[in-house]
Design a protein. Structure first.
Length: 204
């Protein structure tokens, strides 16, 4: 083997070593950040599922609660027969719940956590929205991610990515009833006005 061939072989071996080291580094990075990457991936899938609901959406609407306070509405979706108020609940583990009990229970790795029944706040938010849109059909739903399991069932107003009714999907939401479309325009106008007031407040 002459000198030129030896040099080519050394260069090739060097390239292989560099590629191997880069591959090992990437694998180590993935292993170290596996949990974080999994969480981000699941959250991306959840947001993708949520965005499929309704032909239009309004996010982060500020709405008076009728008692000198405010609600921050997570998401509104426009469908053919109703405006949906969707509150995302990023809970995992086993969820034990019922429609009218005061507290729900989350069980994660044999640890139990209590939290207030979110349906009560959801009902209050729907009531507050009715002050803006009158008699237009409004429906409230809680949206849980796929990490939440309901061993003893859940109320009908609880949704997950694989239980979204077909009638709520964007491709099935046209045409929208006239009274609902009118209410939707009122909500968009309200959001625009609230945003303008907030911007003015920030400037001063």
């Amino acid at each position: 083997m002459d000198f030129k061939q030896q040099l080519q072989r050394l260069n090739l071996e060097s390239d292989i070593v560099v590629i191997a080291l880069v591959a090992i580094a990437l694998i180590l990075i993935l292993l170290v950040n596996r949990r974080r990457l999994t969480i981000h991936w699941r959250e991306w899938r959840i947001q993708r599922s949520l965005k499929r609901i309704g032909s239009e959406q309004i996010r982060n609407l500020v709405c008076a609660d009728g008692l000198d306070g405010y609600y921050h509405i997570d998401r509104l979706a426009l469908t053919r027969d109703a405006i949906l108020l969707i509150s995302y609940k990023p809970y995992g583990g086993n969820i034990y719940c019922a429609e009218r009990i005061s507290e729900w229970t989350q069980v994660v790795e044999q640890k139990s956590f209590k939290f207030a029944n979110p349906l009560f706040e959801l009902e209050n938010q729907v009531t507050a929205l009715k002050l803006l849109v009158g008699d237009a059909p409004l429906q409230g739903y809680l949206f849980f991610n796929q990490g939440a399991l309901f061993p003893k069932g859940h109320p009908d107003s609880v949704l997950q990515a694989d239980t979204i009714p077909e009638r709520f999907l964007a491709e099935n939401c046209q045409p929208v009833n006239a009274d609902i479309l009118h209410a939707w325009k009122l909500l968009k106008s309200h959001q625009s006005e609230a945003s303008s007031v907030e911007r003015i407040g920030v400037k001063t």
